[in-house]
Design a protein around this ligand. Structure first.
Ligand code: AKB
Length: 319
């Protein structure tokens, strides 16, 4: 049995990845770790290990005991929170990555996944269908940490043969947990308000297009990348990964097809400047060529899935 460890399992992506791994490979095949206990009973069926990933000694101990084949290192501070605490963001994002890369170099991890982000792009990057090898030009501490992280990953691969794989996620949207401190969070929040028939005030401008992806696609893409033969992986910084591109006003329209009364207002804040520095769509042909990446979920599919799932959950809590 392939043994897996998810670090940062209590986060938005962590929960979803763990649930999918449990379903596909069995509860025993994945252990989960975080600095806080995940608020999800199903995820907690897996063995939980308390871990601050910046603590090199604690990480090594868990890895030595667990003998994992695959480690998914997701712990990070996102773009908006990172701007409030720049040095803490740098410390968490970089130190934890260097710890797992060192552990992989020492042979404690066979295959490592680490997420990068569209936050590596910036004002000098093309806005539309940004190519794989576009100039990186991050404007946030989070983006700078992802840019540096990408090159650390390639360095450990080239110097020490570490099998580390990565994608540049767009904004991720799912109903099981709420994101924490990102610029793309509005696209999750909006559905929670719409499901309660409440108006939503968006912190980005109506016409701010960004690359986005429904969680099922993100999880499937991650597992497909990790399942691909080593010989197929030609990008050792991080693969562009695309699915859809939309503006807040377009999500509002999609929601109104199902909830015609839905009211959307705008009050852009400091997150608008971050969003404006990012591209609006992604060219992911390298991921398609190397390991067959193809997104499946469209904006209207996503709206149905999100509203149905959140409404059902709300009804369960109300009764
Ligand atoms: C954020 O908004 O910070 C993240 C990201 C795009 O990496 N969702």
């Amino acid at each position: 049995m392939v043994r897996r460890l998810v670090i940062g399992a209590a986060g938005q992506l962590g929960i979803e990845l763990v649930l999918r791994m449990q379903k596909e490979f069995g509860v025993e095949s994945v252990d989960i770790s975080d600095i806080r206990v995940p608020e999800n009973d199903a995820a907690m069926r897996s063995k939980f290990l308390h871990l601050d990933a910046t603590d090199e000694g604690a990480l090594s101990k868990i890895l030595e005991e667990g003998q994992y084949d695959e480690v998914y290192h997701l712990a990070a501070m996102l773009s908006a929170t990172g701007e409030k605490k720049p040095l803490a963001a740098w410390d968490l994002n970089m130190q934890s990555l260097l710890n797992v890369l060192e552990a992989a170099k020492e042979g404690l991890i066979k295959r490592l996944f680490w997420p990068s982000s569209i936050a590596v792009f910036g004002p000098s990057t093309p806005k539309n269908r940004v190519p794989q090898d576009a100039p990186l030009d991050p404007t946030t501490v989070y983006g700078i940490s992802k840019q540096a992280g990408e090159f650390w990953c390639r360095y450990y691969h080239e110097k020490y043969g570490v099998d580390v794989r990565s994608v540049r996620y767009p904004g991720l949207i799912g109903h099981r947990s709420v994101p924490g401190g990102g610029t793309t969070d509005y696209a999750v929040d909006i559905y929670h308000f719409a499901a309660k028939d409440e108006p939503y005030t968006c912190f980005l401008k109506a016409d701010q297009a960004l690359p986005m992806m429904y969680m099922d696609d993100a999880v499937r893409g991650t597992l497909e990348l990790m399942g691909a033969p080593k010989s197929k992986i030609t990008v050792r910084t991080s693969y562009n990964l695309g699915a859809m591109s939309f503006t807040p006003s377009e999500v509002g329209e999609s929601i109104r097809q199902q909830r015609p009364q839905f009211e959307l207002r705008y009050a852009p804040d400091q997150r608008q400047a971050i969003a404006a520095s990012w591209p609006s769509s992604i060219d992911d042909s390298a991921a398609n060529r190397d390991w067959g990446w193809q997104p499946r979920i469209t904006i209207d599919d996503m709206t149905s899935l999100m509203l149905d799932a959140i409404s059902t959950k709300n009804e369960t809590f109300e009764h």
